[in-house]
Design a protein around this ligand. Structure first.
Ligand code: TYM
Length: 333
C-alpha cells in the first residue's frame, strides 16, 4: 500500500463529535487525496487525553469516530486507518523530538494558549507537548501532504521546523511535510457565532452540526443559524460572516460555486436560503449516517480493519524510528 506515490497523513481527535467543519475542512479532502496518493488516517486518541475524558465514553466515542471515517467513504483497501494508541512508535518518537523542541516554541502555539485558558485547572505537560506528538505522527510516515483546516497550520509549521532541524543536525531522515489546505471551507464557522470556528467542543448544540445528526436536527440548526439584519444575500466575510459561512457550506456540500448560488438567491430572503442550505447538508450527510448506523452493528468488522491498519502503520513507523535511534546514537538492540 505504501509505494512510490506521495504520502498523505492526517488525523482527528475523538472529542465531541465529528462536525461538518471537520468534514468540509479535512475529511472531504482526505477522500480526494486518497484516490491519488498513498494515505494514512489515524484516530488521534493519545492527543485527546490532554483534557480529561470519561474512560467508558471515550472508548465508545473513539470507535464511533472510526466508524464515521469509513462511513464518510474512506476505503480500507486504499488507505491505512488505525488508532494512534495501537502504534507505540508515536509515543517513542515524541520523546526523541521533545529533546529537539524548545519550550518557548511549544509555549507560542495558539492552541496551547487557548486550551490553557479554557482548562486553567489542568495545564498539563501533555497540553504543551501536543504539537510534538502531532509532529511524530506525521514524520513517522514520511508524509508529504497533511490535509488539515487552517487552525492546524501553526502545528504543521512546527512539524516542518523539527524535521528540518533534525535533518540538518544529522542527515536527511524525515520528509519535510506540507500542509494541504483546501481553497474553500478551510474554516467553517459556528452557526451561532459566525466569528468563531465551528468547534467539536462547543457546549451550544445549535452551533455545530454533527455528521450523524438526524435530518430534523440539521434543519432546525440551519433555520436558527445567526445571520444579520441587512437582508441581502452576498458573500462578504467581514461584514456578513453568518451569510458567508452559509454560502461556503452550501457550496462545499453541493460542489456549486458561491457565485452561482448567490445569483440564484439574489433578491430572496434568509428564510429561503437557510432551509435550502439545511436540505443540501441533510442530503450530503444522509448516506453517511445510514452507513454509520449499519457499521456500528458490525464491531468485529471495524476492529479487523483497525487491527490490520495498525499492523501496517507499525511496520512503516518502526523503520523510521530505527533510523532515528541509530542517528542519535542509541545502541542497536
Ligand atoms: P481536530 O480533531 O481538532 O480537527 C480535525 C480536522 O478538522 C479540521 N477542522 C476544521 N476545518 C474547517 N473548519 C472548522 N471549523 C474546523 N474545525 C476543525 C482541523 O484543522 C483538522 O484538520 N491536532 C489535530 C489532530 C491531529 C493531526 C495529527 C492532524 C493529530 N495528529 C497529524 C494532522 C496530522 C486536531 O486537533 O484536529
Amino acid at each position: 500500500m505504501i509505494g512510490d506515490k506521495k504520502i498523505v497523513y492526517s488525523a482527528v481527535q475523538p472529542t465531541g463529535c465529528i462536525t461538518l467543519g471537520n468534514y468540509i475542512g479535512a475529511i472531504q479532502n482526505w477522500i480526494k487525496l486518497s484516490e491519488e496518493y498513498d494515505s494514512i488516517f489515524a484516530i488521534a486518541d493519545l492527543h485527546a487525553l490532554t483534557v480529561r475524558q470519561n474512560p467508558a465514553e471515550y472508548r465508545k466515542r473513539a470507535m464511533s469516530f472510526f466508524a464515521q471515517y469509513l462511513a464518510c467513504g474512506l476505503d480500507p483497501e486504499k488507505s491505512i486507518m488505525y488508532f494512534q494508541s495501537h502504534v507505540p512508535e508515536h509515543a517513542e518518537l515524541t520523546w526523541i523530538l521533545n529533546c529537539f523542541t524548545y519550550i518557548g516554541e511549544a509555549q507560542r502555539m495558539t492552541q496551547f494558549k487557548d486550551k490553557s485558558a479554557k482548562h486553567a485547572d489542568n495545564i498539563n505537560m501533555g497540553l504543551l507537548d501536543y504539537p510534538v506528538l502531532m509532529a511524530s505522527d506525521i514524520l513517522l510516515y514520511q508524509a508529504d501532504y497533511v490535509p488539515v483546516g487552517v487552525d492546524q497550520k501553526q502545528h504543521l509549521e512546527l512539524s516542518r521546523d523539527l524535521a528540518v532541524r533534525f535533518n540538518n543536525l544529522y542527515s536527511p531522515t524525515f520528509t519535510v511535510p506540507e500542509a494541504y489546505i483546501g481553497k474553500q471551507g478551510a474554516k467553517i464557522f459556528s452557526l451561532q457565532d459566525p466569528t468563531k470556528k465551528m468547534s467539536k467542543s462547543d457546549p451550544d448544540v445549535n452551533a455545530t452540526v454533527s455528521l450523524i445528526d438526524t435530518p430534523d436536527d440539521i434543519m432546525r440548526k440551519f433555520k436558527r443559524a445567526v445571520t444579520d439584519c441587512d437582508a441581502t444575500i452576498r458573500y462578504d466575510e467581514e461584514n456578513k460572516p453568518g451569510v458567508s459561512n452559509l454560502l461556503t457550506i452550501f457550496s462545499a456540500v453541493t460542489g456549486r460555486t458561491i457565485e452561482d448560488i448567490v445569483s440564484e438567491y439574489e433578491g430572496k430572503g434568509y428564510a429561503q436560503l437557510k432551509p435550502a442550505v439545511g436540505e443540501a447538508v441533510v442530503e450530503k450527510l444522509r448516506p453517511i449516517r445510514e452507513k454509520y448506523l449499519d457499521l456500528l452493528n458490525n464491531k468485529d468488522y471495524l476492529m479487523s480493519i483497525a487491527r490490520s491498519g495498525a499492523e501496517k502503520a507499525h511496520s512503516i513507523a518502526r523503520r523510521t524510528l530505527a533510523k532515528v535511534y541509530k542517528k542519535v546514537g542509541l545502541v542497536e538492540g
